[in-house]
Each structure stands twice: as structure tokens, then as C-alpha cells.
Ligand binder design. Structure first.
Ligand code: P6P
Length: 336
């Protein structure tokens, strides 16, 4: 099969990537295929959410104390079910589950990988039809093969990520994933049910003119953060300011725009969220891995996100992420 052929599916693409590593077993690409399957199942429900009894609140709250929307619960159950039946996953951690979920069947006990995910990020946008997404990252387990995976497999630094990605359920459904070979985007061709390569070798522009933050939180920010926002809004043609402000309130959508157009996305610490709002393990780490593999940067303000040693499953961190030059300038103005 000619790898330069126009239509290339996710499976074919990862197959060709795998061939570049002589002792690769193909398990990682199989795992990606399984995650792609789960997201196609989620996509079907997201696409018809208005027509079926799946909209609205589920009537429970998750470990974050956030009200669970029915689609959150559905997406979480699909991800867990598909990964439990995958030949290559020893266990998962999810935003929707208090603890890790260990897969105890023989196959899973001998699987090399664990997966962390936010099954449906941006769920507050579900009822208003704004873009939402699934975020995931894959680690090689550090616990002994043949035995159940454990919490240490999940508290690894983001630097150890083998592959990360997201699926954005928007005007089109697109899977973007990063491996050590780079970042590539696949658009779902609904007529054949395949993710097809549409954005090869994605790069995050080193500069941009969009800043993305929940401006409504300004009153809760410290003075340095307020000064940086004033900088973004100041008139200076030489530095292409004022910047444009864009904020969808769905991390996947805001970061997909940032990856493609450049800019900076921020969810800093504030009076209500002293450690920030977004979670390190299954939001900030995978998104920082993707952005960094595309030439951008992700930091807490004081530390590169991928170098942070996690202490607990659902810990939150502040995040400044996007175009390298913009992130570095913001950090210098706020934290140095
Ligand atoms: P706020 C969605 O609920 C989410 O977890 C991220 O997707 C998003 O970036 C952030 O929270 C939005 O938070 O406080 O601005 O509504």
C-alpha cells in the first residue's frame, strides 16, 4: 500500500508509524484504534443528543463535586468498556471515577499500558451545542507485568507519556494525537466511519494574537495576572495588540484553536481556585504533551507541566499553554 495515498485512515497511519520502530509490537497503535472506536461511539450520541433522552443532568455529582451530565456518564462507560476489552490496557483513571479502575482478566494483567482520560470535557456546553471533547493519554505501566496495575502507574510525570490525544466533537469530529513522531489530525469521515488523515504534522505557531481566559474571573486574580490582561488589551500596533479574546469554556475547543491558530490559553490560580481548576493527569498533561510536541509550551507558571510529579489522581494545577513566545512572555511578566 502506498503510504503517500490521499486517503489514509488512523489505523493505516499508525501502522506505518509503528513500522519505523523495528522492535515495536503494534500494541500502542492497537490501543489508539480502540480509543478511536470508543470516541466514534461517543460521537454518535453527541451528534444526536438533542433527539434522545440523553441531554441534561444525570442527577449525580462526580468526584470533583461537579454535576454529571448524562452524556458524561455514557462517555465514561463507553471508554471503560472498550478499554477493558482492549488487548493492551491494564487499567484506567478517569475524571468521573474516584479511584483507578484495574482490569483483572489475564490479558489485561499482562498489558503494557494504562490510559487516563476525561471522557467528555466541556460538558457544561453540551446543552448549548458548543464543541466538547474527549482527552486521553497513554503511559507504559511501571508495575510488574502479570500483576494488577496500581496507583504508581498513574502518578507518572507527563514527560513519560507514550501518546496523547483528544477528539473534538464540533462542526466536524476530529481526533488529534501526539506521539514522539509528532502531532497529526484525523477527521471522521462519517460515510465510512473512519478517522482519515486531514492535518499532517500539526505545528503550534510560535506567536499569536489570541488570548483565552475566563475574563469573568478577573476580579479574583492577583495584580500581576491583572496587569498581564491589561497588556493583552493595550493598543500597540507594533506588537499586534490589542489581542483578540476568544473563550469557549471547553478546554479541548479552546486548545484546538490555539494549536491551529496560535495564541495563549490560561486557567491560572484565583481566589476560588487557589491551585487552578484544570486537572493535571487527564487534562493538563495530555494537552501540554500535544502542544509541546507541536512546538508550543505548557506551564503552571512556575514549572513545565510535563515535569510536575503528580501527588494525587485528581489534583488541579494552574496552566498557561500555547504559542511558545506568548507563554514565555506571559510567565516572565507574571512570575518573574
Ligand atoms: P470555567 C469545562 O468544564 C472545563 O473543565 C474545561 O473544559 C474548561 O476549559 C473549563 O472547565 C471552563 O471553566 O470556570 O471558565 O467555566
Amino acid at each position: 500500500m502506498n503510504p503517500n495515498r490521499h486517503l489514509m485512515t488512523l489505523d493505516e497511519f499508525t501502522f506505518f508509524q509503528t513500522k519505523q520502530f523495528k522492535n515495536s509490537t503494534g500494541e500502542l497503535s492497537t490501543l489508539l484504534r480502540d480509543i478511536g472506536l470508543a470516541c466514534k461511539l461517543i460521537n454518535k450520541q453527541v451528534n444526536k443528543a438533542g433527539l434522545t433522552e440523553i441531554l441534561g443532568a444525570h442527577g449525580a455529582v462526580n468526584v470533583q463535586g461537579e454535576e454529571q451530565m448524562k452524556l458524561d456518564v455514557f462517555a465514561n462507560e463507553v471508554m471503560i468498556s472498550v478499554l477493558r476489552n482492549s488487548a493492551d490496557c491494564a487499567g484506567i483513571a478517569s475524571e468521573e471515577n474516584d479511584d483507578i479502575v484495574v482490569f483483572e482478566d489475564d490479558h489485561s494483567l499482562n498489558s503494557k499500558y494504562v490510559v487516563m482520560f476525561d471522557p467528555l470535557d466541556g460538558s457544561s456546553n453540551i446543552d448549548v451545542n458548543a464543541s466538547i471533547g474527549t482527552i486521553f493519554c497513554i503511559y507504559k505501566r511501571i508495575s510488574e507485568l502479570g500483576k494488577p496495575c496500581n496507583i504508581d502507574d498513574f502518578l507518572q510525570k507527563g514527560r513519560n507519556i507514550m501518546a496523547s490525544g483528544y477528539v473534538i466533537y464540533g462542526s466536524s469530529t476530529m481526533l488529534v494525537y501526539a506521539s514522539r513522531l509528532g502531532v497529526n489530525g484525523f477527521t471522521l469521515e462519517q460515510s465510512i466511519g473512519e478517522f482519515c488523515l486531514s492535518h499532517k504534522d500539526m505545528r503550534c505557531p510560535v506567536d499569536g494574537k489570541i488570548y483565552s481566559i475566563n475574563q469573568g474571573n478577573t476580579c479574583k486574580l492577583n495584580d500581576k495576572l491583572k496587569s498581564y490582561l491589561d497588556f493583552c488589551m493595550a493598543d500597540d500596533k507594533a506588537t499586534r495588540r490589542p489581542y483578540s479574546h476568544r473563550y469557549i469554556g471547553s478546554m479541548v475547543a479552546d486548545l484546538h484553536r490555539t494549536l491551529i491558530k496560535g495564541g495563549i490559553f490560561m486557567y491560572p490560580e484565583d481566589r476560588s481556585n487557589p491551585k487552578g481548576k484544570l486537572r493535571l493527569l487527564y487534562e493538563c498533561n495530555p494537552m501540554s504533551h500535544i502542544i509541546e510536541m507541536a512546538g508550543g509550551k505548557g506551564t503552571s507558571g512556575t514549572e513545565n507541566i510535563l515535569d510536575m510529579k503528580p501527588s494525587e489522581l485528581h489534583q488541579r494545577v494552574p496552566i498557561f499553554i500555547g504559542s511558545k513566545n506568548m507563554v514565555e512572555q506571559a510567565v516572565a511578566m507574571i512570575y518573574q
